[in-house]
Design a binder for this molecule. Structure first.
Ligand SMILES: [Zn+2]
Length: 251
């Protein structure tokens, strides 16, 4: 890894793309994108890609999800009815060709999200497989491995947007606010969350501050992500997901 790290720091965006070769169409390489087969694959993998602002596309998908989520809410609703209401949402969700996905990926946004079982990004943004590049850990912290994964998404897959999604009732942030003893590894997990907290934070504010802090860590710790933002090739946006309404909001 040592030589790769040197390459990342010395070469920036152009050279970092050469560090990765598998699992994608390689649109940054002119030679690789000129054959009819490559163009056909790129087209198939782009079938669900929004034509406009990717952040607005994510938020529009979330509006669709939230409407179905709210309709499905409540103990009075039978399980079959709840299933039918969510299925009605997914019936219209764009789906990429699995045969194309077996040969490559071309996600149009990346999400740094919590590992919480209730915050699956594809679900919340109403997208299918192959559209989002997900990095998840409890507390949506920007750990080194996660940042490296996002460097891959931006530099090799040309992802133009990273959202960092905090969420209502986050257990990791709750643990960071608490003083109960934790295992050594859980102490490591909450350390960066505690670094994000501000005096007087309640849980809701702490979750927002933690998501903003993690977003700042992406450019703070990664030269290539910082370079991509400066070059206008990447937007990084923290979001807050409200479990009750199903809605995300920009922080
Ligand atoms: Zn969480």
């Amino acid at each position: 890894m040592a030589w790769q790290r040197r390459q990342l720091l010395q070469g920036g965006l152009a050279s970092v793309a050469t560090l990765f070769t598998a699992g994608t169409v390689a649109p940054r390489s002119a030679a690789a994108a000129t054959t009819p087969a490559d163009r056909a694959l790129r087209q198939a993998l782009s079938a669900c890609r929004p034509s406009g602002d990717p952040l607005q596309a994510l938020l529009a998908g979330n509006q669709r999800f939230a409407a179905a989520w709210q309709l499905s809410s409540g103990t009075a609703l039978a399980a079959a009815d709840r299933s039918a209401r969510m299925a009605a949402l997914w019936a219209d969700t764009c789906q990429l060709d699995p045969a194309a996905l077996a040969r490559g990926q071309r996600p149009w946004a990346a999400v740094l999200a919590c590992a919480d079982a209730r915050v699956s990004p594809e679900w919340i943004f109403d997208v299918g497989p192959g559209e989002l590049f997900d990095v998840r850990s409890a507390g949506n912290t920007a750990f080194a491995e996660g940042i490296a994964s996002l460097e891959y998404a931006v530099c090799q897959l040309q992802v133009p947007l990273i959202v960092v999604m905090g969420h209502q009732s986050c257990g990791a942030v709750t643990a960071a606010l608490d003083t109960k003893p934790l295992t050594p590894l859980l102490e490591e997990l909450v350390t960066p969350i505690r670094a994000s907290l501000q005096s007087g934070d309640d849980l809701s504010l702490a979750i927002r501050h933690n998501a903003s802090y993690a977003a700042g860590q992406l450019t703070g710790r990664s030269a290539v992500l910082r370079e991509a933002v400066a070059a206008g090739k990447l937007t990084i946006q923290p979001l807050y997901f409200d479990l009750e309404s199903g809605l995300t909001s920009v922080i």
